[in-house]
Write a new protein. Structure first.
Length: 383
């Protein structure tokens, strides 16, 4: 089995896969669509971060590909629907870099409230400015969080510990943590917040979520932070990021004294990257070894016991219609194959069943019959 890891995946992820006996090829930067199609023949496991787009064309041209790991939070760079219809699970790291992002948000709120970037630039230019004018504590300040997921909710807790009053808005019904208060609309949040921080996901529907109308609703001299995706704001940081470190970039926000610009480094800490490497590589390894899809973002989630020596294992992704499991088990019974264990889960239009069978029964003829079922999306045989 071979894995292709792009965009400087942490060595911990490489180690985990290599120790499993998987051949690992590493590429430092991102690949475009044509480059990725050229690189994927012979590859079963693909690891990416946020800059590589795995399109329907890439997936359709890569029949050997078995699983994709997004070594980051977002998965909008992968065509999840096409991957699902081909029986390819996609895994991500929804929790691993949460703390790193939250700490950067807090640091930037304090830096903006205290004008630290201006003071720093002045000192480097030989200007001594010890004035307290315009510098404020964050304690007592009202923070409005847009998007109350893993990052937004943890930011809520940390900000409250600093003495901030927290309001949040989310399209989903989320439980408020601590003393945070839920707002029914974005407009309601903007009326009360002195600091606004965006933490929505990268789905296309969030493009242009925040624009001139929303900025006009904010209080004067408020602070605004976007540590999710550039395209969420209609005139914001790098909606199209450079492909590799050192590549040039340009934005009209450069040179403004009241703006902090950073690359996409919210989760770029050694601790987060180590954990992401370990977590996502572990999911790819477990799928390769046992067919487990726990925490897959696009396939039914199935986990069973580790493979037992002497048993075969069938991994069957199929259309979620009545009678498929009975048909599969009927074929096994007609072939006199004893079922040792079986776990099924469904998700939308797809079903996924892991079936352990007694050794010696998985003949080529039986596998062909299972593969030939009209409801079969993908069939893998282990052992």
């Amino acid at each position: 089995m071979k894995a292709l890891l792009l965009e400087n995946i942490h060595p911990e992820g490489v180690r985990l896969l290599t120790e499993r006996g998987i051949e690992v090829e590493e590429v430092k930067g991102a690949l475009d669509e044509a480059e990725l199609i050229t690189a994927l023949p012979g590859v079963q496991l693909l690891g990416i971060r946020s800059k590589t787009n795995v399109t329907a064309s890439v997936l359709d041209a890569s029949p050997e590909l078995q699983a994709i790991g997004a070594f980051c939070i977002g998965t909008n760079q992968v065509d999840l629907t096409t991957a699902a219809t081909l029986g390819i699970p996609v895994f991500n790291a929804p929790f691993s870099n949460t703390r790193s992002v939250v700490e950067l948000v807090i640091a930037e709120i304090i830096a903006l409230a205290r004008h630290l970037t201006d003071k720093n630039a002045g000192m480097h230019a030989g200007v001594w400015d010890k004035s307290a004018k315009g510098a404020h504590e964050v304690r007592g300040r009202t923070l409005g969080i847009v998007g109350y997921g893993n990052i937004g909710s943890q930011l809520s807790v940390v900000a409250e510990a600093l003495g901030m009053r927290v309001y949040f808005y989310d399209v989903a019904d989320k439980l408020a943590l601590g003393n945070a208060r839920r707002c029914e609309t974005l407009a309601e949040l903007l009326e009360v917040a002195e600091t606004v921080s965006l933490h929505v996901d990268g789905r296309p529907g969030n493009a242009g979520l925040f624009g001139a109308e929303q900025f006009a609703m904010m209080r004067r001299r408020s602070l605004f932070l976007n540590l999710c995706r550039g395209f969420v704001v209609d005139h914001d940081v790098f909606a199209d990021e450079p492909k590799s470190a050192g590549d040039p970039f340009s934005t009209s926000l450069q040179g403004l004294p009241n703006v902090i610009l950073t690359p996409h480094i919210g989760g770029s800490t050694e601790e987060a990257q180590t954990d992401i490497g370990r977590f996502v590589a572990g999911k790819l390894r477990d799928y390769a070894d046992s067919g487990h899809t726990t925490m897959s973002v696009n396939l039914p989630q199935v986990q069973t016991e580790s493979r037992v020596a002497g048993r075969g294992r069938l991994l069957h992704v199929h259309q979620n219609v009545p009678g498929v499991l009975a048909t599969v088990n009927g074929l096994l019974a007609n072939a006199h194959v004893n079922i040792e264990g079986q776990v099924l889960s469904t998700r939308g239009e797809l079903g996924y069943v892991i079936t352990d069978v007694a050794s010696g029964g998985l003949t080529a003829d039986l596998i062909d019959k299972l593969q030939g079922l009209p409801e079969t999306v993908r069939l893998r045989v282990l052992g």
